[in-house]
Ligand binder design. Structure first.
Ligand code: SF4
Ligand code: SF4
Length: 144
């Protein structure tokens, strides 16, 4: 892999670890009591950007098409998400429902702007990897 791609992959991995860690306390409080968890309202899919990044990062394949067959995310286990944070679709990190955002804003007003800035950086780095951004048929779909 080209040196600049390797650096981008490492930086994306670090940023994802950071956003996951800073969200964790809020997710634990808010999502654990959620009446309608978003993970149960999506069809599991990865974007082509996620797949490209994960392939370059040498991650184990998680993006099997068979997961499309089940309503809700294939990877939701009894204690939450069973996928390590860096291997989750980026949307799992960037999707913040209103309840989660409100809790974050109340408890740490600096957190949301910091997260948004990191999400932007991750997207920019993914583009640098030559990724196709957006929903190109592999994106998450909210169930009706
Ligand atoms: S992000 Fe929001 S909708 Fe999703 S599980 Fe957490 S509280 Fe529920
Ligand atoms: S990969 Fe994990 S966080 Fe993402 S929708 Fe599935 S269970 Fe939820």
């Amino acid at each position: 892999m080209a040196e600049h791609h390797l650096k981008s992959v490492e930086r994306i991995s670090c940023l994802i670890a950071e956003v996951a860690a800073s969200q964790r306390p809020y997710v634990e409080k808010c999502c654990s009591v959620c009446a309608a968890p978003c993970c149960l309202r999506v069809r599991y899919v990865y974007s082509s950007s996620d797949i490209r990044f994960l392939k370059l990062a040498g991650k184990k394949r998680k993006w099997s098409g068979s997961a499309f067959l089940k309503g809700g995310c294939w990877f939701l286990g009894p204690s939450g998400c069973t996928v390590e944070p860096v291997s989750r679709p980026l949307l799992c990190h960037t999707y913040l429902c209103n309840e989660l955002k409100e809790m974050m804003h109340r408890e740490d007003p600096a957190l949301l702007p910091e997260l948004m800035s990191k999400f932007t950086k991750i997207s920019m780095l993914q583009r640098r990897l030559g990724c196709v951004m957006g929903n190109d048929g592999y994106g998450y779909q909210t169930l009706p």
